[in-house]
Design a protein around this ligand. Structure first.
Ligand code: MN
Length: 215
């Protein structure tokens, strides 16, 4: 009930903001496909509220301001990520990254992928368990802020890529399938310095149906 009420307030507030900035707002904050407390205890309500409502909202606001009057004013997000650099790239990359991140989770997630993606994972990593281990090792070993991604090339071949800061495999011509955020803002309230523990827990909420569709 409280969640519903808060969502309503957020909805009304967002709508007012959108109306006020009708002529300048281009990119919008992605809607969560679950309530802010739905991923507990893997990701707390507080972390979701800060991560989605504050950090991601800031990237959206920044990008909308930065692209005004540039050649990216009417470009879509993927184009901006592929062709920009500096502050525009950083904010666009982070929007793309977080849009993929927040929509790949579900309170009913977990388990294993199936179908073609499962077969591709087995072919590339031997087993799903071995893939998980390699993915966690890549994320835990990334120095500083960034992302670990599972990506595919144009032939469907899988790879795990480590990206610093706002990096996304898209900039290398790959298609991102699954991304774990290793910026401290993604886990510090819940796990403090225990990044590896956080990455291990994330498997419980991955919505493999969504990831399979991206493949
Ligand atoms: Mn983040």
């Amino acid at each position: 009930m409280i969640t519903l009420f808060l969502s309503l307030i957020l909805f009304v507030t967002n709508n007012q903001t959108a109306e006020k900035n009708e002529n300048v707002t281009k990119f919008e904050l992605v809607k969560l496909p679950y309530s802010t407390d739905a991923l507990e205890p893997v990701i707390s309500k507080q972390t979701i509220e800060f991560h989605h409502g504050k950090h991601l909202q800031t990237y959206v606001n920044n990008l909308n301001n930065l692209i005004q009057g540039t050649k990216f004013e009417n470009a879509n997000l993927e184009t901006i990520v592929k062709e920009s650099d500096g502050a525009i790239f950083n904010n666009a990359g982070q929007i793309l990254n977080h849009n993929l991140y927040f929509t790949q989770f579900s309170p009913n997630g977990g388990g294993k992928p199936s179908g073609k993606l499962a077969a591709a994972i087995d072919a590339a990593y031997g087993s799903f368990e071995n893939f998980q281990k390699e993915f966690e090792t890549a994320g835990a070993g990334l120095f500083g802020s960034g992302w670990v991604w599972l990506a595919k090339d144009k032939d469907g071949k899988l790879s795990i890529t480590k990206e610093a800061n706002a990096g996304n495999p898209l900039a290398k011509g790959l298609t991102p399938l699954l991304g774990f955020d290793v910026w401290e803002h993604a886990y510090y309230l819940d796990y403090q310095n225990r990044r590896a523990d956080h990455l291990k827990e994330l498997w419980k909420i991955v919505d493999w149906k969504v990831v399979e569709k991206r493949y």
